[in-house]
Unconditional design. Structure first.
Length: 101
């Protein structure tokens, strides 16, 4: 794995890590949960970044901040023509316009 990818994932909030002091090596805990976020193919409800920003009506930076805060789920697709982050986007209030019986 390329170190620039790891640094980008840390900056984007896709993975969590810590440094004892600035400039020290990053400490990243490899958990089953982290392994589960790196996939060969994203589930259909996970959208590419551009589609996510358009659907939510926010900037890329806002999406990444929401991923970092845990408000949005993300996976990283490793293979294929469209590698990269995929974000799970669900309707905030799917029942808002649903007619009650």
């Amino acid at each position: 794995m390329n170190t620039s990818s790891i640094h980008r994932w840390l900056a984007d909030g896709f993975i969590a890590g810590e440094q004892v002091t600035p400039g020290a090596p990053w400490q990243i805990r490899i958990t089953d949960e982290l392994r589960g976020r790196i996939v060969q193919q994203a589930p259909p409800e996970y959208l590419p970044m551009l589609e996510t920003t358009l659907k939510l009506g926010v900037s890329r930076q806002t999406v990444l901040q929401r991923v970092k805060r845990g408000e949005l789920e993300a996976v990283h697709v490793l293979r294929g023509r469209r590698k990269g982050l995929r974000i799970k986007v669900v309707a905030d209030h799917p029942e808002l316009f649903h007619n009650a019986p």
